[in-house]
Design a protein around this ligand. Structure first.
Ligand code: FPP
Length: 241
């Protein structure tokens, strides 16, 4: 693929959906589907940065996902415990900084919180791109917490009401990242499920039917071809056309 002929989004966000259905179709357990999803995610993220994308956000686990069966939540927590580090090590080799967005408190275990801190610390000086792992993440939670921090900073005299504007709100999100340019949700579902609602205001959306474990590098390249065809006007009109 000649990437110089494509428009490359600065910030891509992916909702990793369809692990369960992928496994069911193969007569496998949902857990096997999540494991396959993880293996795919490691390869895919390395590829995404190689195409020139600067920031990649992935929805690994939502605040609402804790409502799943005890068995599934426990499998996923163990998967994260054993794999976050491995994932960060792989990304560090590519000079990618790993950050996490989401509530850093219970029900997330202390062990996992410590691993999250270690992954961030280990990759903090990497300059080739940013991988934002959204874990115990919900967009409403993120916005509520931003409101609280803004309120506190006003009370503490650090900022005044006049300092509040659309850009500064990004500084109060879990991570201070650029707006999302391209939002992908695999598996054919047409929902955002509380993912990055503030950041996607002018994003292009792409909903491939492919289940996440099969959403490989070629599928991502197809997505880039689709993104290249989109005419992004950000509310304006191009009178030259
Ligand atoms: C949604 O598929 C997927 C999840 C809730 C988990 C996503 C997690 C991974 C891909 C592993 C990531 C691992 C790391 C270390 C970041 P689903 O279970 O809702 O699938 P279904 O809709 O087909 O049931």
């Amino acid at each position: 693929m000649d990437y110089s002929k494509l428009k490359i989004p600065n910030h891509v966000a992916i909702i990793l959906d369809g692990n369960g259905r992928w496994a069911k179709e193969r007569g496998m357990s949902r857990s096997a589907g999540h494991k396959a999803g993880f293996d795919n995610l490691v390869e895919l993220s390395k590829h995404v940065f190689k195409t020139g994308v600067k920031t990649l956000s992935v929805y690994a686990f939502s605040t609402e996902n804790f409502k799943r069966s005890k068995e599934e939540v426990s499998f996923l927590m163990n998967l994260f415990k054993s794999k976050f580090k491995e994932y960060a090590v792989e990304l560090k080799k590519e000079n990618i900084k790993v950050v996490f967005s989401g509530g850093r408190y219970r029900p997330v275990s202390d062990t996992l919180l410590k691993i999250i801190d270690e992954c961030e610390e280990m990759t903090k000086d990497c300059t080739g791109g940013i991988l934002n792992i959204c874990f115990n993440y919900g967009s409403h939670l993120e916005i509520v917490e931003a409101f609280k921090r803004i309120h506190k900073d006003i009370n503490d005299g650090k900022i005044s009401e006049d300092d509040i504007n659309e850009d500064m709100i990004y500084h109060y999100m879990f991570q201070d990242l650029d707006p999302v340019d391209f939002m992908i949700r695999t598996s054919g579902e047409l929902r955002l499920s509380n993912f990055m609602l503030y950041q996607v205001s002018y994003a292009e959306f792409y909903f491939p039917k492919t289940y996440f474990p099969d959403f490989n590098n070629d599928e991502f390249d197809k997505a880039l071809v689709e993104y290249t065809k989109r005419d992004r006007r950000f509310g304006a009109i191009d009178y030259s056309k």
